[in-house]
Design a protein around this ligand. Structure first.
Ligand code: NAD
Length: 229
């Protein structure tokens, strides 16, 4: 079975009503990154950071997967599919995709500030301010903040390097190191980039740019891939 690796960003969830970061009307026009998405911010004002992620979580719980998330599930009928998402929402899982790797963490989980392996799923939208892990340390959102390491990066590189087909959807490719992943795909591998604002990418051979919304561009591409021998 051929392997398809799909690298997604905030744009794939935009049509589900979840704000992206950089588009106009995006999140960072309303918030200052350094106040809510860095380890320093959490040390300085944990309540503000917890409130910010509680609001994001509420928005995610109210959202539903869209046509792009659903189309990617169909791809599993014919290919071995690995999704690598920069998104912290769980819309790929709720659509039914089996193999989803979250490079930047998961909004529905929290973890111990002292023992990162102690990860807990939240029952509802709210992370309370005062809960602690089973070893007595405060909990934090299970998110990779700006300035932190991306623990799954190495594994993600391995997946991309082993892809037979590589699809990029809804990402500005501005957040590193995640954006560097695209350069690990083999030269001869067909690559597709679906994003209405996709810029051309230098030194990425076999790339087809599809300047469309994820909700229309993705099902169309997937139908085409499912038809080919
Ligand atoms: P980004 O905000 O930098 O870029 C969003 C991209 O999506 C842009 O290129 C834009 O043109 C494109 N886009 C907008 N609407 C689209 C649509 N309907 N279909 C296809 N593409 C569309 O987001 P990014 O590149 O993912 O990087 C920023 C960081 O934002 C990531 O690390 C991610 O963790 C985080 N983030 C996640 C969520 C989420 O979980 N849903 C939401 C906001 C931000």
């Amino acid at each position: 079975m051929q392997r398809v690796v799909v690298f997604t960003g905030a744009g794939i969830s935009a049509e589900s009503g979840i704000n992206t970061f950089r588009d106009s009307g995006g999140l960072w026009e309303k918030y200052d990154i350094s106040e809510v998405a860095t380890p320093e911010a959490f040390a300085r004002n944990p309540k503000l950071v917890i409130d910010f992620y509680n609001a994001r979580r509420k928005q995610v719980l109210e959202a539903k997967p869209n046509a792009a998330h659903h189309a990617l599930v169909k791809l599993e009928n014919k290919f071995k599919v690995q999704i690598i998402t920069q998104n912290i929402d769980d819309l790929h899982e709720r659509a039914g995709s089996k193999n989803v790797m979250h490079l930047h963490g998961e909004i529905r989980k929290v973890r111990s500030t002292r023992f990162p392996e102690l990860v807990y799923e939240l029952d509802n939208a709210e992370q309370p301010y005062d809960t602690v892990c089973e070893r007595g340390f405060p909990l934090r959102p299970h998110i990779v903040w700006f300035g932190e390491m991306v623990p799954l990066m190495e594994l993600a590189v391995e997946h991309v390097a082993s892809a037979d087909i590589f699809i990029i959807i809804g990402t500005s490719l501005e957040v590193y190191p995640a954006a560097s992943l695209i350069h690990y795909a083999e030269t001869s591998v067909p690559k597709f980039y679906i994003d209405p604002n996709a810029r051309s990418i230098e030194k990425l051979p076999e790339l087809t740019i599809i300047r469309e919304q994820a909700g229309t561009g993705t099902p169309a591409l997937i139908e085409q891939l499912l038809k080919t021998e």
